[in-house]
Each structure stands twice: as C-alpha cells, then as structure tokens.
Design a protein around this ligand. Structure first.
Ligand SMILES: Nc1ncnc2c1ncn2[C@@H]1O[C@H](COP(=O)(O)OP(=O)(O)OP(=O)(O)O)[C@@H](O)[C@H]1O
Length: 379
C-alpha cells in the first residue's frame, strides 16, 4: 500500500543526491568553487559538467560563496547589493523535491528556531529560497572542537534539540531527517541560539481537518545512522521517530558507539532489516546505550504509538538528572516489543509485496532468512 494522496505534504522520494550518508543516488549537482568574493555567480549547471553563467536573484545579490550542498541543491552565501545584508539562498534544482521542501518550509516559517524564510521565487526552473543566514552546524562544531562532546555538554544540548523538534511538530510537520548537520548555531547576536534546518524530507502528520493521519508506509528514507527503527521498516514517520533520531544524534555528538556505526550503507530492504535489528538491540534485545538518560529517552520514544504525542517535557527532565546519579545498574535494555510486534505485522501484510517485486532473488533470499530468524526469535 502506498501513501495516500492528499493526506500529507508529499510522498517524499528519497533524496536524489545526498551527503554521503544520506539515502539516495549519487550527486549530480555541482557548485561554484569557493571564492571570497565574486559579483558574478557561476554555478555548474545541474546537468552539464561545464560552468554556465546563471545569475540568480536578478542582479539583486552578490553571490559570495557556496556554503552547503546537498540532495536538493546548493546553499549560497549572498549579499543584498543595496542593503549589504547577507542571506543564505537555497537554490533547489528543478523538480518536485524542491517544491515539496518549500511547501514544508512555508508551514514552519516563523517558528522559533527555524531560519526565517524571507522570500521565495522560481528562476530557470529552480526554486530559490532566501533565508536568514545561520552559522556552524553541530557536526562542524564538534569537528572544530577536535573532540566529541562530554556527557554534560550533551545533556545541555538535549533539551534544546527536543525544543526545536517540538516546535516543528507544533506546526504539524515531521522533520524526518534529524541529524547533526541539520542543526546549526545562529550568527552575530544569535550565535548562542540553535536552529533546525533542511525540510527536504519533511511531511505533515495532520489531515486537512487537523486530525492525525492514519498509519501508512513510505519507502525507507532519511539518513541511515539516524533513522528510527520504524523508519527502517518503512513505517511513515511520526513524532516519535524524530525524537528517536534526536537520541541517535546525541549519541553521535557525544561519541557513543552504536551497533550500526560501521554497517555498510543500506541499499536494499534486507540491509534495512539489519539496521532495524541493530537498533532494537540485536537479536538478544540488548541495551542500545549505556548512558541511562539516552537509553531512557529511547525507551520513551519506543513506547509511543504512531499517533501519540510525545512527552517532550518528560524527555527534557531526563537530562536534568546529574550524570553521577545515574548508575549503570539502572540501565535496562530498551524495550523493543512494541516495535517488533507492530513491524512484523506490517511486513506480513503489505510491505513484502511492495518492496520485493523489484529486488533480486539473492536479496529476497537474504530477507527470507532474516525474517524466519526474526519470527523464531519472537516465538
Ligand atoms: N540558512 C542557512 N544558513 C547557512 N547555512 C545553511 C542554511 N541552510 C542550509 N545551510 C547549509 O547548507 C547545507 C545544506 O543545506 P540543506 O541541509 O538544507 O540542504 P540539503 O540539500 O537538503 O542537504 P542534505 O542532502 O545534506 O540533507 C547545510 O548543512 C548547512 O551547512
């Protein structure tokens, strides 16, 4: 069963050309070389390997530098010629993905912690979004520090991330790609503020009448290291899944090992099964994380049903407890029962047909082997 039209923003497709760890095919968009100043912005065309003169913004901007590039386009540091104010221009390559991102961005625009979308327009088939400029992402921040965050630092950060995700949810949107590169600090007087970026995979969870949409399926997409267990099982993201990704983001930033960290990039459904299994704690149902607070937050996410509103405040409270008070004996394996039961149910009914018709026989064999094992494990 596919996603039903009209109940969500978009049946968002996997990103076409993501950063290395994002699901999707290889990059086809290229960006101008980084220069300190250039009045003429030259962007490699989306298809051709040669540079062509594409002047976005109809001469209103000086394109200074490419500051980001990802699945849907490039992000350029641009200066307004008249006011000399600087902005980020996200230039989305032609296609429905950019339009979908814009639709989601408009819904969250004005939310605290989301860069302000100042203007949007189309040029040469590209969707251009003029946004408030933000600074260093959390992953760059950790790189610059030259070390991972301490748990104290991670615990200070956790409530900020939960607040940002809650703010997005309050607008009826699931972010669906929560990861360290999608959080960034502000600049200037806002440099201690944190922002949430990139609504390229976002979907709504509300119907037009404002009710929570019914459970459905979408092809596993997102960034594998940070996807929730349910996302690997192609369950349509809901609020719990963004928060599960917050836990994995914090684990990465604090340098906490994850069972799936060195797993190969998942291309097929069978690969996702392996990730899914690891994110449930492996076949032994073991503990995902030895840090009590992270483990407990994961537990809180996993006990939520699809439509449940997360206890954001309760999750934030977890991080007020001093680490020294957390004892290793308090750490219990994260319950996987709800996820397993639910997911197997869906596999049996729907997903096999949908995803496996195009797969190779070998992949099917792998899947059958794993599924038989899952079933015997749960008997
Ligand atoms: N408002 C902004 N100000 C400054 N930098 C930004 C802004 N928005 C995005 N960026 C930078 O551009 C990068 C790519 O942007 P974004 O994540 O929105 O694009 P994407 O194509 O969806 O990327 P990905 O495929 O990695 O998810 C970000 O990681 C960030 O470094």
């Amino acid at each position: 069963m596919g996603a039903k039209n009209g109940r969500h923003l978009d049946p968002v497709a996997p990103k076409a050309e993501p950063e290395p760890e994002t699901i999707g095919s290889s990059a086809s968009i290229c960006a101008a070389p980084d220069t300190n100043s250039s009045s003429d912005f030259s962007c490699e065309s989306f298809e051709k390997p040669l540079y062509s003169d594409i002047h976005f913004g109809e001469g209103r901007f000086n394109m200074i530098n490419v500051i980001g590039r990802g699945g849907y386009g490039i992000v350029v540091l641009a200066e307004d010629v008249k006011t000399k104010k600087r902005y980020a221009l996200k230039i989305g390559k032609p296609g429905s993905a950019s339009r979908r991102e814009l639709a989601a961005f408009k819904l969250v625009n004005g939310t605290k912690g989301v860069p302000v979308l100042i203007k949007e327009w189309r040029e040469l088939g590209c969707v251009i979004m003029q946004m408030q400029l933000v600074g260093m992402s959390l992953s760059e921040f950790v790189k610059q520090k030259g070390r991972k965050l301490t748990l104290d630092e991670g615990f200070k950060l956790a409530p900020m991330l939960i607040d940002l995700v809650e703010a997005v949810h309050s607008k009826g949107i699931i972010h669906a790609d929560v990861k360290p590169t999608n959080f960034a600090f502000g600049i200037g007087s806002k440099s201690s503020k944190l922002y949430i970026l990139d609504f390229g995979l976002s979907v709504t969870y509300l119907t037009s009448s404002g009710k929570h949409m019914e459970e459905t399926y979408r092809e596993a997409n997102g960034t594998p290291y940070y996807m929730s267990a349910n996302q690997h099982m192609s369950l349509w993201n809901s609020r719990r899944d963004d928060l599960e990704s917050v836990v994995f983001t914090l684990m990465e930033l604090c340098g906490i090992d994850r069972r799936w960290k060195h797993m190969p990039y998942p291309n097929y459904h069978a690969d996702h099964m392996v990730y899914w299994n690891a994110k449930l704690g492996g076949t032994d149902g073991g503990t995902i994380c030895q840090v009590l607070q992270f483990n407990n937050m994961l537990q809180m996410c996993r006990t939520l049903k699809y439509k449940d509103k997360p206890d954001y405040e309760g999750m934030k409270r977890l991080f007020k407890m001093k680490f020294s008070k957390a004892s290793r004996n308090d750490i219990k394996p994260v319950s996987s029962a709800a996820v397993v039961k639910h997911s197997l149910n869906i596999w049996d009914k729907n997903v096999i047909m949908r995803f496996h018709k195009d797969r190779t026989e070998e992949d099917k064999e792998m899947y059958r082997g794993k599924k038989n094992k899952e079933e015997s494990d749960t008997d």
